[in-house]
Design a protein around this ligand. Sequence first.
Ligand code: NAP
Length: 280
Amino acid sequence: MSALSLSGRDLAAAVRTEAAARAAALTAAGTSPRLAVVIATADESSAWYVRSIAKAAATAGITCDLVELGPDAAADTIRATLARLSADDTVHGIILQTPLPAGAALEDLASAIAFEKDVDGANPLSLGRLASGLPAFAPATAEAVLAILDHHEVDLSGRLVAVVGRSTVVGKPAAHLLLNRDATVVVCHSRTADLAAVTSAADILVAAVGRPGLITAEHVGRGAVVVDVGTNPTEDGGLTGDVDAASVADRAGALTPVPGGVGPVTTALLLRHTVQAAGG
Ligand code: NAP
């Protein structure tokens, strides 16, 4: 039997519609929601992602400023730009796009994003608060993992979840969000001995690695729910996930597609966070 496809498209559309309604109400009340995306890279997949955010924001009535600093920007320039935007009352949300130039570290620079405008949860303060169970914007991709599972009514409480990947952008915050929902969480990474033995025991597998097709049938328990966060560019200009969908199809109970799974939900949640930061 083939795995059920857990699409993110309907959920993303609903979140975008709700964000647009809130943005319209805020604008009518005199506050026009505004998102600034700071870009210091010439990376093509990053440019594709930024275009999709800008397009979704425009459709939702949210102003989106693309602040292009160029791939050779110095860390001090990026930090000063984030500080300027943080102090600008007309800007409600700030995203620092990755990858960053050599010598610039996300964890270091993101501290310059005002906590209340940190709509992609990049400031270490946001991750610390999430880990403490305090209110904070979660990184949108990590939140999208839970949102898509909730949307498809996958129970989390007491279930064993294996998260593959421990980045501060996806793996770690996803693990904290899952723990906050009473899942039992195992976080795997490149030094995990016998990855398949660990992940195949899990009820839910979250792949956030950045290696196309790394997860195959041997990594997946029979009937498990698999969330594929990977967005790896293909030679023909498309996207492919971290999960070898053909290999796991007869083993997994359900699988999020790439594209059309976590990705559109991530973009929609960024819009939701921006209107929340603007007071909506
Ligand atoms: P990252 O910072 O490169 O982290 C990758 C993680 O995978 C690291 O923790 C690494 O372990 C682990 N890893 C690498 N090779 C492994 C292996 N063979 N076995 C087990 N673990 C391994 O990547 P990221 O930023 O978290 O992104 C992960 C993926 O999600 C990428 O495909 C990215 O494009 C995608 N993504 C998608 C969205 C979206 O909206 N859908 C948003 C953001 C990212 P170590 O820590 O030991 O190095």
